[in-house]
Design a protein around this ligand. Sequence first.
Ligand SMILES: C[S@@+](CC[C@H](N)C(=O)[O-])C[C@H]1O[C@@H](n2cnc3c(N)ncnc32)[C@H](O)[C@@H]1O
Length: 266
Amino acid sequence: MTENSKFTADNKAAWNASATYHQATLNIDDIVAKLRDHDHGVFDETFGATLDAIGVRGKKAVQVGCNNGREALSLAKMGATSVLGIDQSDAFLAQAEMLKNAASLECQFLCSDIYNLPSDIDADFDVGVITIGVLNWMPDLKLFFQAVAGLLTTGATLAIYETHPVLEMFDPDAADPFTPKHSYFAKTPYASEEPITYDGSSPGKAPVSWWFSHTMGDIVTAAIQAGLRLERLTEYPHSNREVDFDIYEDRDAQVPMCFEMVLTKP
Ligand SMILES: C[S@@+](CC[C@H](N)C(=O)[O-])C[C@H]1O[C@@H](n2cnc3c(N)ncnc32)[C@H](O)[C@@H]1O
């Protein structure tokens, strides 16, 4: 086993273990209502507008790191002809199947490590989507973007809506949450034995998970080196993270909180 596959195997166990906590707070009715009533399903205004500009209707879409499938199902709601959600956590994909049935939308889910996709997987997706909280689980960005680019057809668009790497320097739970806690250039993976929850709770010990810091330069360079062409990189002052990060919004000395990258496969 390589070091990278050890990291991803650990992360799979950690995400599977965390699925129980998420199941307890999963509000199926709320997600189903958004999928039914909102034009962009669960996507916010910013990313919804980006997906509108790209055009999802009538396209074949893939989401990498789809978790409980709420966003893959939103792509189906937006009119994609077929959607594939890929995630290595079977426990979260079980929740995705539940949501899919509750929402009565069409979507396929594939349980796979992105670094080890099945050799017969389709490679003709028109739109690829990656959102909040995926890139930092990836030990090797270069191989990650190669795998993602390999799923796309010529002329396809990849849309990324992620946490800004500068925000990763701050810890909202620190005694002084406004003093950077982590180096922007940290290279050592961060190991945690806390369950992966989104509500700030720490209910006991969990299997170890590994979190990787990547600079904006690392991200852009890895995507370009995978053969993708950068069309747009936009940094935003608003949060697309857990509520504890709201303290970094609306400040005079504003840090970037999230970013969008739109890339095409020439
Ligand atoms: C924070 S969640 C994504 C949440 C999603 N953006 C949303 O808002 O619904 C990150 C997901 O990445 C998945 N993941 C982590 N490493 C992976 C890998 N190597 N291959 C496939 N999926 C992976 C995890 O299982 C997890 O479900």
